[in-house]
Design a protein around this ligand. Structure first.
Ligand SMILES: [Zn+2]
Ligand SMILES: [Zn+2]
Length: 480
């Protein structure tokens, strides 16, 4: 299956029909371009009989077999932004791809730290793209021409890609929202998207995460007041839990620390990495002065503002360890406050509820987005009005929803239809979408699968899934 010179194809191997582990391929004129190479994290599964957690590899990613077998046809890998579901699998899979990597400065720094852990720093050729410095001239990668189009999201340097070929073009949005006050980076500017729409777009491949949400996503800039009010009102130590990669939230929390006279410290390795990269790339302001987390434990309680990973209740993350008195940096006690600046991802409820129980049994005051009257969390993805607005600016001929479960992608396709996009195609990983010369889809064109990282090697997840579906008892517990 090789794309010809009149073809423009889209082939997702991961991230379409699910949220996480994005891996997209574009095919044209005998070559393939990969966009993003991310991981997904295993949601907790419990044995129905014993109630014990079933052990499976935590880190999983799309199986790249289809492209790895023809890696000589892969002209490059573009990483849109530094979230784990877009960049996280590069250290695991690059040895099978061996292609040049293109990304912006901040994402490159995050990636290099990951590669260093795998002794791959000197192996992987990373080309740093600076759309501002080059006046955003287009870059040729194989038979594709790429332009980076700035958007807003919860992390520095989020970009959509405008991919053109002689036979058709794609606006690949990656993750985005329309945020007038994104805290990190510049507000969105309609003229960027209007300009792309005027040149013309054959297909728009678009984020569907929040397509079922009505209205407009909350601005990141709206969270400062709510968080600061809760921290002002708190008597003892305060720990705010959020996603480790949400750099915009870390910046907001740094400002809250400054406004409330507390010292801010980052607890959790993934968050520490993000915080270091954000400082080194100067994407945060001078309120961003985290102290060493190990010093938090020595401060008077009212001066402590910790930010911790583990908002989903993950057993090994910082917050769970704080909730069980097993974290070396500091301890929590009666009268302290934990604020969840996050939402629970479906499937994580059991771990999350256990965490809340542990905290409340310590008489720690718990504030969640649901219990707070003031806004303390914002999603980084577009709701229905933002999607409609983007379709109106880009005016694609063909809408291809991705980055969502089937229901999210259907909702996205409906919005596209109502916005006047002539054609919408909803598919899943392994389906081959035709963009040019004619729109269409060939279902199940390519075999897909998942790999898991276990005992320092990649293993096929089919083995785990087969064992559970057959209901056999194995090392990993019975099927749930
Ligand atoms: Zn994503
Ligand atoms: Zn993202």
């Amino acid at each position: 299956m090789i794309p010809g010179e009149t073809d423009l194809w889209f082939l997702p191997l991961g991230g379409t029909g699910e949220i996480g582990m994005n891996m997209n391929l574009y095919g044209h004129d005998g070559e393939w371009l990969m966009v993003d190479c991310g991981v997904t994290f295993e949601k907790a599964r419990y044995d129905a009989e014993t109630g014990k957690r079933i052990k499976r590899p935590d880190v999983q990613m799309a199986d790249p077999a289809f492209i790895a077998e023809q890696a000589d046809r892969l002209c490059g890998l573009v990483i849109t932004h530094a979230h784990e579901d877009h960049v996280g699998a590069v250290p695991y899979l690059w040895p099978r791809l061996k292609c040049p990597v293109y990304t912006t400065k901040f994402t490159a720094m995050v990636l290099r730290r990951k590669l260093a852990e795998f002794n791959l720093t000197d192996e992987v050729p990373i080309h740093i793209i600076d759309p501002d410095a080059t006046n955003n001239e287009s870059l040729a990668i194989g038979p594709f021409n790429l332009k980076w189009v700035p958007l807003t999201h919860s992390i520095p340097e989020p970009y959509a890609l405008y991919i053109t070929t002689v036979v058709g073009s794609v606006f690949h949005t990656a993750d985005w929202k329309l945020d007038p006050r994104p805290v990190i980076g510049k507000p969105y500017r309609p003229e960027h998207y209007q300009a792309v729409g005027e040149i013309g777009v054959t297909a728009m491949v678009c984020d569907s995460t929040n397509a079922t949400e009505l209205g407009h996503s909350r601005s990141e800039g709206a969270l400062f007041t709510g968080l600061a009010d809760h921290v002002f009102a708190a008597q003892g130590r305060v720990v705010i839990a959020c996603f480790g990669s949400n750099v915009a939230r870390l910046q907001t929390i740094a400002r809250v620390a400054e406004a409330t006279g507390r010292y801010f410290g980052v607890i959790g390795r993934s968050m520490q990495n993000m915080s270091d990269c954000a400082k080194a790339c100067h994407v945060v302001d001078d309120t961003f002065r985290p102290i060493d987390a190990r010093h938090l434990g020595f401060l008077p309680r009212h001066e402590v503002l910790g930010v911790a990973t583990g908002s989903q209740g993950e057993p090994r993350a910082a917050l769970r360890r704080l909730a069980t008195g097993r974290h070396p940096a500091m301890e929590l006690e009666e009268g302290d406050t934990v604020i969840f600046s996050s939402k629970v991802i479906p499937g994580n409820e059991p771990d999350f509820e256990l965490l809340i129980e542990l905290l409340t049994s310590m008489k720690v005051h718990v504030i969640t987005d649901a219990s707070s009257e003031k806004p303390i969390h914002a999603s980084g993805h577009p709701a229905s009005k933002e999607l409609a607005q983007m379709y109106d600016w880009i005016k694609p001929q063909h809408a291809i929803p991705v980055h969502g479960e089937h229901r999210h992608m259907l909702a996205n396709a409906n919005i596209a239809k109502k916005s006047g996009v002539p054609r919408q195609t909803v598919g899943k990983n392994g389906d081959l979408y035709f963009i040019a010369p004619y729109p269409g889809i060939r279902r199940n064109a390519v075999a897909t699968g998942r790999l898991g990282w276990q005992h320092q090697q990649l293993v096929s997840m089919t083995e785990f899934d087969d064992n559970s579906s057959k209901g056999q008892r194995n090392d990993y517990g019975r099927t749930v």
